[in-house]
Ligand binder design. Sequence first.
Ligand SMILES: *Cc1c(COP(=O)(O)O)cnc(C)c1O
Length: 354
Amino acid sequence: MEPRPWINAIAPYVPGQPAATRDGSMASNESTFPVSRRVADAVNAVLDGVSEYPDPLANGLREALAALHDVDPDQILVGNGSDELVYLLVLTYAGHGGRVLCAKPSYRIDEVSAAVVGADVAYVPLVDWRHDLVAMATVPADVAFVVNPHNPTGTTCAPDEIASFVDTARARLSVVDEAYIDFADIPEEATAIPLARRGDAVVLRTFSKVFGLAGARVGYLVGSADLVATLRKVRAPFSVSSFAQAAAVAGLADRDHYHRARTETVARRAELVRLLVDRGFEVVPSQANFVLARCEGEAALVAHLAASGISVRPGSALGVPGAIRVSVPSAEGLRLLAGALPDADQVPTRRRTP
Ligand SMILES: *Cc1c(COP(=O)(O)O)cnc(C)c1O
C-alpha cells in the first residue's frame, strides 16, 4: 500500500540520543533541574479524575497564560508540545501545495511538517549564524518561521528586526518560535508577544525547556482570536492530557523554580562556552540553553564523547556539518565534559581555520 506521493520523500526527524546518565545527556536541550515539588503534587492530584477526558481547551492553563502575557484567553491555543502547533499551523495555512519559509539551517520540525502536508519549503541561508530577515521578507510564502533564539545556532534577532520583518514580509503568516526566549539576556524585551497581542504574528512557546517539562508535552501559541478559532477546528480536541495541563499550570505558578532554572542555566552556559573555547572550539554566541561549537572531525568527536558517556547532537544531523550542538549540562555534566574533551592541540577538536 503506497502512501500519498510526497510522503516517501520525507527525511524523518532524528531525535537526540540520551546518554546512559542524565548528567551525560547533552543532545536535546532538556532542563537539568529536578521537577518542582508543586508540579509533582499537581500531577498526582489528577490521578483521581483520570477516567474523565481532559479539558479540551486547557482553560485553567489558558487563563494563567493570558494573565501572564496580557492577552485575551481566546488568543491562546495549548498544544501537545509546540511541535503539535507547528504541524497545525503548517497544515492549516500551507497544506495542499502551500509554501513554508525557513532559515537554512532551520528547526527540523518546521521542514518535516511541511513535507508531511505536501508543502514546499523555501530556504534563506543564515548570515553570520543569524536569520537574514531582510532577505526572508522578500520571499512569498504562506507561513514563515523565525526561530528566536534560533535552533541550532542559539543566535537572536533584535525585536525591531522582527517587527519590521513582520511588517514587510511577503509571507501571509509570520510565526516566531520562542522555545528558548527565557534564556535570552532580557526575555521581556526580546519577545515578539506584543506583535502576537495585536494579531500581527504568532508566537510559539513551550514548557519543554526552562520549565523542565519536555516529557509532559505542553506548548502554546499566542495569536489573533480568529487564527486560534480556525486552528481549533483542525486540532485533535483532546491532544493535551490532564497530567500535562496540571503540570503546566503548577510549573507556571512556581516562579522560584523558573528564575532558578533560568539564572543557573545562563551562568552555566558561560562556563560551557569558556570550556569549549579553551579547548580550541569556535563557539557561536548563544542566547539559548545550548551552544553550537565548530570543530574538525565531528563524527570522531561525537564518538569519543559517547565513549565517555556523553551524548551531544552532531551538527551534520542539524544542517551544520563540522560542528556539535551541546546542551547546557548540569554542574556534574560540565565536569564530565571537561574530563572527556580532548585538549586544544589534539586533532578532533582543532579550531577550524577559515
Ligand atoms: C525544543 C524546541 C521546541 C519545543 O518543542 P515541544 O514540542 O514543545 O517540546 C520548539 N521549537 C524549537 C525550535 C525547539 O528547539
